[in-house]
Design a protein around this ligand. Structure first.
Ligand SMILES: NC(=O)c1ccc[n+]([C@@H]2O[C@H](COP(=O)([O-])OP(=O)(O)OC[C@H]3O[C@@H](n4cnc5c(N)ncnc54)[C@H](OP(=O)(O)O)[C@@H]3O)[C@@H](O)[C@H]2O)c1
Length: 200
């Protein structure tokens, strides 16, 4: 399969790419790094990257950020940052990407466990992750008509981020990187659609 991994140079993306490269042709994308560049907050940039890479068998997204702050300090601006990046960045990749995917192809997005297991300062991420999960649930049934599958991987704090982020996730047990990679392989190579693939 020919697979585009947006965010393929990041902490999660690197292990996902390593696992997919065993069997597939993988193109990585980042805003500054990767085989090709795209800014997921910019729709024109998304359209341009698909024109550049052409027809695909799978799209995987492991990119998209959101602000963290105490709820007492949150403003609309904090939310819009996450909406433009992790939410609409991924949704726009899926919306534009569907026309570049071959029949039988798949889309795999990334949310995160904060959708249902919140932490302090994480209200924006809880909101955005839930929205990404919601898009996948809402879109999957109709994408059947296009012979496309769509899933979202929802990882817990991953082992490679535990040193940097562990203090913000009290009591969370970091998830092994191999387990994270396997969830994306399952989504790309398996038969699931409309699923939130939780890795905890
Ligand atoms: N780390 C965790 O424990 C964890 C757990 C659950 C969920 N997640 C979610 O998984 C996703 C990836 O997390 P991560 O820890 O792997 O992040 P990361 O290490 O910061 O990697 C982010 C990746 O996205 C790319 N990127 C950043 N901004 C971009 C933009 N505007 N347009 C296109 N590409 C962009 C980066 O490449 P460039 O630098 O070249 O832009 C990089 O490849 C995030 O949505 C995060 O919320 C992470």
């Amino acid at each position: 399969m020919k697979i585009l991994v947006v965010g393929g140079t990041g902490t999660l993306g690197k292990v996902v790419v390593e696992a997919l490269r065993k069997k597939h042709e993988v193109i990585t994308a980042g805003s500054k790094s990767g085989d090709v560049q795209v800014d997921i907050t910019d729709l024109a940039s998304i359209q341009q990257v698909f024109e550049q890479v052409g027809t695909l068998d799978a799209l995987v997204v492991t990119a998209g950020g959101a602000a963290m702050a105490p709820v007492q300090q949150l403003t609309e601006a904090h939310f819009y940052k996450g909406i433009r990046s992790k939410m609409m960045g991924q949704i726009n990749l899926a919306l534009v990407g569907q026309t570049y995917l071959n029949p039988g192809g798949s889309i795999t997005l990334t949310s995160g466990i904060l959708a249902e297991d919140p932490i302090a300062n994480g209200a924006v991420l809880t909101t955005i992750n839930s929205a990404v999960n919601g898009f996948v649930l809402g879109a999957a049934g109709e994408l059947v008509k296009s012979q496309l599958r769509i899933n979202v991987v929802s990882p817990g704090l991953v082992e490679a981020s535990a040193e940097a982020l562990g203090e913000y996730f009290p009591g969370h047990v970091p998830v092994p990187m191999a387990q994270v990679a396997s969830a994306y392989v399952k989504s790309v190579e398996g038969i699931l659609t409309g699923q939130i693939i939780r890795v905890v």
